[in-house]
Design a protein around this ligand. Structure first.
Ligand SMILES: [Zn+2]
Length: 355
């Protein structure tokens, strides 16, 4: 893999004296604006001074993984978060439902009796007899997962941890829990779509529709697992049915918001490659590694000043190329955030300098 080189331009011999090589020149990184000046609240004058990998120095000083996490966030120029399904599962388990199965049995008793579905995941990947049933299942799921008020203590603790830092989130979750719990929407990229949107099932175009009015109406009017046929949402352009705009198949479309988020992610990734960047991978499983996991490994490898911390109940292997610059915390995310909350009051503040 090629490493990116710094952006310092060579100084030509015929340049005026003020630009001769012995002149002190400040190398300034281009400002990160996303086409939206003021997005980053803190002015950073230039690339951070190169004092080696500051995270490795911290790791030598701090043995406790939670203390190290807190200190690494404090020292980082940028925290890049990659979040997967287990983060949302932990949030729902901690504050909403004590366990997945009791929720599933209570909410979807009618579907379980009809189709012998063992769990929610199987239910969401199943094919139903009719469109009316399809929407009977999905409207319940979307209302509950996307449109109910949900204060998640885990997401708030995460936000408290990084609130004063520059950060960016890339998530494969469809539930908008980051934005619903106070994260800046301009710093979140919902890579795999959003249950708050519908799209043409074909799709004939990239337009998406706010799903909330359709979902609420379908939930209020469903009976025997089905919604009324006339309430099934349809594309304004071709008349085909609308479906949730999430990446369950190759028909997932990229609307203007998705393209904007993708652009901001790429801009941040470029910034990250020239700074002391902490990559934080939260609850990402191995099922679709190309979405979050592999890009984070690649970015960590590119930047020798970066560090990767992963937190998940079951860890995947880390490639040899970044093994030294990675810490895997294998634990339930609920326990990790509980420990984090307790320790943050007395967080460690070592420096990267030569004291
Ligand atoms: Zn259409």
């Amino acid at each position: 893999m090629t490493r990116r080189k710094g952006k310092t331009k060579p100084i030509a011999a015929n340049q005026p004296d003020s630009l001769k090589p012995d002149t002190k020149i400040q190398v300034v990184q281009p400002p990160l604006t996303y086409g939206n000046p003021g997005l980053f609240r803190y002015e950073r004058p230039d690339a951070a001074p190169d004092c080696g990998n500051i995270f490795l120095k911290l790791k030598e000083e701090i043995q406790d993984p939670i203390d190290f996490l807190i200190a690494a966030v404090q020292q980082a120029d940028l925290v890049m978060i990659g979040a997967g399904l287990n983060l949302s599962k932990a949030a729902f388990a901690r504050d909403k439902f004590s366990d997945d199965q009791s929720f599933w049995a209570e909410m979807y008793q009618d579907f379980i009796g009809m189709y012998e579905l063992p769990d929610l995941k199987t239910g969401s990947h199943s094919i139903y007899y009719s469109l009316e049933e399809f929407w009977g299942f999905w409207s319940k799921l979307i209302r509950l997962g996307r449109f109910t008020d949900f204060y998640s203590s885990i997401y708030h603790e995460l936000l408290d941890l990084i609130r004063d830092k520059e950060y960016f989130v890339v998530t494969s979750n469809f539930d908008h829990l980051f934005e619903r719990n106070g994260f800046d929407e301009k710093r979140v990229f919902n890579k795999e779509g959003d249950l708050g949107k519908l799209q043409c099932q074909h799709p004939c175009c990239t337009k998406t529709y706010d799903s909330q009015p359709f979902i609420l109406q379908m939930c209020q009017n469903q009976k025997d697992r089905k919604v009324p046929y006339e309430m099934i949402p349809r594309c304004l352009y071709c008349g085909r049915e609308l479906v949730p705009s999430i990446h369950l198949s190759e028909r997932f479309t990229h609307d203007a918001d998705w393209e904007d988020g993708h652009f901001r992610m790429n801009q941040t990734a470029e910034y990250a490659r020239h700074h002391n960047t902490l990559y934080l991978e939260l609850g990402v499983n191995d099922s679709k590694p190309g979405q979050i996991k592999f890009p984070i490994w690649k970015e960590t490898e590119i930047n020798p000043r970066s560090f990767l911390i992963t937190i998940n109940d079951k860890q995947s292997a880390i490639p040899d190329t970044i093994n030294e610059r990675a810490l895997c915390i294998e634990a339930d995310l609920i326990d990790v955030f509980a420990a984090l909350k307790e320790k943050r009051m007395n967080s460690v503040k070592p420096s990267c300098g030569n004291e």
